[in-house]
Design a protein around this ligand. Sequence first.
Ligand code: FES
Ligand SMILES: [Fe+2]
Length: 428
Amino acid sequence: MGGEGQYIIDDRERKVFMLNREVLVSEDVLRLEMQRIFSKCWIYVGHGSEIAKPGDFVTRRVAGRPVIFCRDAKGVVQCHFNTCRHRGATVCNERQGNARRFFCIYHGWSYGNDGSLARVPGDDAYNECFQKSDFALKRPARFESYRDLWFMCLDPGIMSLDDYLGPAKDYIDLVFEQSPSGTMEVIAGSQEYDVHANWKLMVENSVDDYHLPTTHSTWLNFMRNSGVVIEPSKEAGLVLPTKGYAIDLGRGNFTTDNVNFRGRPVARWIPLYGAEAKEEIETLRAELVTRLGEARAARVADTNRNLVIFPNLVINDGSAVTIRTFFPEGTGRMHVTAWAAGPMEETESARARRLDAFLTFYGPGGFATPDDVEVLELVQQGLANWQDDPWSEMSRGLGKSEDEPQLNSDEHHLRTFWRRWNELMVDK
Ligand code: FES
Ligand SMILES: [Fe+2]
């Protein structure tokens, strides 16, 4: 079935969608992804709240590039390549901090936090052709933000971030509207872990509601024992207690849009939060209704969403808000970084509830992540047979008419990802 080198079979007449497992194991595919995806798309760098004060910086790798994400002395958010213009050493070797200068410890060139080359030891030995102004730290070709979420792109020709996000902005707004001032902050600290699996399996897993009842049965039982209803809805096609949809947001972006059953720190109480939390959660909800009106407040508080911004940013807005990004370290390995975010104005008790929910479900010690990591690694192990058994089945929910809803536990949104991925990877 399918031709050599064909990545997907997308046969709408026969209602068949298959994925060639080669794309999860091949070095050639990974090399091409670096050129056609990670060098061509908007890639998430960080949130402005991580560098709140002038001089604040964090260093990280984005799309494989070491960068300094910082706020310069004038308060402008910047992204510099963390690479000395002299011979290429990294010029900032701390994970985070506050600095007026970045100092290269090799020969001592130093740079301002706006990237300008400030000082060159012994610069009288250079001839008149050498101008310090020619040697500011390089930057990614484009660097733009939405709601203080900053992205970089290595391709100067890309559409604006605003256009790239398109209708995904409304889902980002739903997350940020939890805050009375519309400003979320990334809470200090991050979760970092490696998974021995291809990075695209994490994209799928982040939005795949089909796996919840099986992979996460322990967590669901824990919820059930605390008084949450977890029995699947009787409606056809649903595997979760409440209804949920899969929404294609264009350009490879997509989201789930689910009626909540698992609690929302803003602002849907579940017994797990304890009776004493009820009053505060009702106050939070009343504020939402006053500010946003009943309908929008219900969208913010009573629905949850797992949003993917193509290719490697996931915002999980459920029982906590998680911003998660991941990058391949090889075909069968990825590095994951995840941050918790919350409204700026949150009280100590609401923040504690949020962080508790974040740690209970997500992260290397939570109910979900270890099980997810386990299944993704099992997939990668099974893929060693890809040449003998080359196609993954992905047609769940395929072939619905336009007016039939695409459900969260179908694979419509996963196919959205793969179609965009394929479009970028295959020569027209
Ligand atoms: S490599 Fe940085 S000063 Fe020489
Ligand atoms: Fe999961």
